[in-house]
Design a protein around this ligand. Structure first.
Ligand SMILES: N[C@@H](CCC(=O)N[C@@H](CS)C(=O)NCC(=O)O)C(=O)O
Length: 217
């Protein structure tokens, strides 16, 4: 049975979307319009009570959370080496993936959806400003991780394209929405442009109709 990936254009679901495309998996991309609140409708909540994308459905199994979905896709398509088979390289990649998912990503959520964290508009405004600035510092850290890619290795994830590369692109795009010019993070921006040209990623960018640099000074 064909897998289904519930995604929203430009959201974090871009990460597993790219992995499925890169693996040549048979899957149906199902768009969830977050701006229309489709994630909060009864039908979607029956699938994922947390009302979030991504969701991967494989047969009767419903998998949520990027780290879990990426690990599952890696295990289904071991030849792709989305995670390295070298234990230490894999552990370090999971370390960075977890940081992206549990630190960088939620910092942006405070900028983009402050209403999830307070009912009060004044608090929301303060939270937005504070976290937009904090996000700039996290992008600097990400830029340093790209600079630290060992010579001879092309990808953040390891010797092959993988989740860290797709997530880096997503987080960099979001940075522009938080007021950070992606071009100012030189190594990261170069890497993101390379990732965007990787054929499976380019196909996903086209399917999701994404503009890479949405920065407006
Ligand atoms: N930790 C979750 C985060 C998922 C998440 O934050 N998804 C966002 C899009 S990037 C979402 O669906 N937001 C809709 C909402 O919260 O209303 C994961 O790894 O899947």
């Amino acid at each position: 049975m064909t897998m289904k990936l519930y995604f929203s254009p430009g959201a974090c679901s871009f990460v597993p979307h790219c992995l499925l495309e890169a693996a040549g998996a048979e899957f149906e991309p199902v768009m969830v319009k977050l701006h229309k609140g489709e994630q909060s409708g009864a039908e979607y909540l029956a699938l994922n009570p947390r009302g979030q994308v991504p969701v991967l459905v494989d047969g009767d199994a419903v998998i949520t959370q990027i780290v879990a979905i990426c690990t599952y896709i890696n295990d289904l398509f071991p030849g792709q080496q989305f995670f390295s088979t070298t234990p230490l390289v894999k552990a370090k990649a999971l370390e960075t993936l977890s940081w992206m998912n549990n630190t960088v990503h939620p910092t942006f959520t405070h900028v983009f959806m402050p209403r999830y964290f307070s009912d009060e508009e004044v608090i929301q405004a303060g939270m937005k400003t504070f976290n937009a600035k904090k996000y700039g510092g996290l992008l600097k850290e990400l830029n340093a991780l790209v600079e630290a890619i060992p010579t001879g290795r092309e990808w953040l994830s390891g010797t092959h394209f993988g989740p860290l590369d797709a997530y880096a692109l997503t987080l960099c795009r979001w940075g522009a929405m938080a007021g950070h010019d992606p071009v100012s993070f030189k190594a990261l921006w170069q890497h993101v442009q390379k990732v965007a040209q990787h054929p499976p990623v380019a196909r996903v960018i086209e399917r999701e109709r994404l503009v890479l640099n949405v920065y407006k000074p």
